[in-house]
Write a protein that binds this ligand. Structure first.
Ligand code: F3S
Length: 106
């Protein structure tokens, strides 16, 4: 599967959702996740994300490993998103910040 990592939090640019051929993105208040049961590992979403938040599971760095489980868990309850929309108002302010896990609204 592919995994949405920390960079997405409080940005949610949503460029990724337009290109997914299997509509596997799910939307929360300030983050998107990929449903690992739906993702076919086509990787077309990777270059779409302006903050490089999406990675193949095997490339997720050590300090982001918890996002593998977070994507799987939250994908079960969050609704599908298949059309791009405006980024969050806070996107520009938060796009380069790290340590955003505490900000994640579940
Ligand atoms: Fe998030 Fe990047 Fe998609 S910021 S919504 S993973 S384009």
């Amino acid at each position: 599967t592919h995994v949405v990592t920390e960079a997405c939090i409080q940005c949610k640019y949503t460029d990724c959702v337009d290109v997914c051929p299997v509509d596997c993105f799910r939307e929360g208040p300030n983050f998107l996740v990929i449903d690992p049961d739906e993702c076919i590992d086509c990787a077309v979403c990777i270059p779409e994300c302006p903050v490089n938040a999406i990675l193949p599971e095997e490339d997720v760095p050590g300090d982001q490993q918890q996002y593998i489980q977070i994507n799987a868990e939250l994908a079960k309850s969050w609704p599908s998103i298949t059309k791009r929309k405006a980024a969050m108002d806070t996107a520009d302010e938060f796009k380069d910040k790290t340590g955003k896990l505490d900000l994640l609204v579940r």
